[in-house]
Write a protein that binds this ligand. Sequence first.
Ligand SMILES: Cc1ncc(COP(=O)(O)O)c(C=O)c1O
Length: 404
Amino acid sequence: MNPYLKLLKPYPFEQLNALLADVKPAVGHDFITLALGEPKHPAPDFIIEQYLQRSSVIAGFGTYPPTRGIVELRTAIADFVNRRFKLAASPIDPASQVLPVTGSREALFAFAQTVIDSTQDSYTLMPNPFYQIYEGAALLAGSRPVYIPCTAATDYLPDFDQVTTEQWEKCALLYLCTPGNPTGAVASIEQMQDLIRLSDKFNFVIASDECYSEIYADEQTPPPGLLEAACAMGRHDYKNCVAFNSLSKRSNLPGLRSGYVCGDAAIIEAFLLYRTYHGSAMAVHNQWASVAAWSDEQHVIANREIYRQKYIAVSDILGAVWPMNQPTASFYLWPETPVGDEQFTRRLIEKANIKVLPGSYLSRVANGSNPGENRVRLALVATIDECVIAAERLRGFMQGKDYI
Ligand SMILES: Cc1ncc(COP(=O)(O)O)c(C=O)c1O
């Protein structure tokens, strides 16, 4: 057996199932889950039509998909990235700087196998709290995770001042998550440029997970991306910079398994080599559906608007009894709990039949503290009506101090 497998921690939802196994849900309330970050808005009709177009599906079933992706998809992704992240000064080349992937999760995981030299002692830096795939990817690639706290003191962005020189020197890979899950915090262009300068100094790769980049609060202020920061500092080859994104949140297509990796051509080439053996090419009919999704913005604008309405409705109901930060982006809320996050989560099922995710399941103890402790993550993925019902029940739960 691979000895690194023993290092893997249970996934947050396994922990949650164990926590709630013996809890009796409140009688008289329909079950509502705010635990899972799975978009529940319907997939756009025009993408389903594109998907079901007979000729593309028949052609797809009868063809081994190219790992590199069909040229039309690489072009649609490059057009999106160039437009969205303002890369006119050094546009992404669809031939050498883009790869389609079957969702950002598998790509974020497999990427570590490509860029980490497991014969060397190395660190992989990641936010804390985090998307747990980063940790598993680092461990299975033979690298040691370094958890960088994201707390209110640094506006929920990773506090890179806490990274020691030794950690920078041995850093092989840095995972950035912007907008962040679960905090919704967005790194600025300047912060990303600082990281790029550090990657030059200490020679590490930056993997920027941007899968929430299209869910943001202010229509006039889209979150910047790593490639945008690189381009703005005249880094035309995007050296050491790779961005990951996906149609799961942007287009409500988590089941399509479609995303991209984009940036430094030398890294993309190595990743393509890895993926050829990995056998993770996207089915051709899924590639055609993805072309349609990356090429349209109207459905994404409409999608954002629904999230905005949900944030307003929920904060109107909860604001007075459970104050919480309204994130710049993402579809999460990350409030503090008046009691331990596990107790809060259990009592919430018992009293209100609402499922949330304890914050400590998304984070690790580092430097003596755990930034997820006494917080829960709420994902506003359900319909607006369901989110309103959940918020009203939560208001009663908080007012009645039912968490005790
Ligand atoms: C931060 C983050 N990155 C990546 C993913 C993976 O998404 P997908 O594989 O659907 O692109 C998720 C899914 O919830 C996520 O929260």
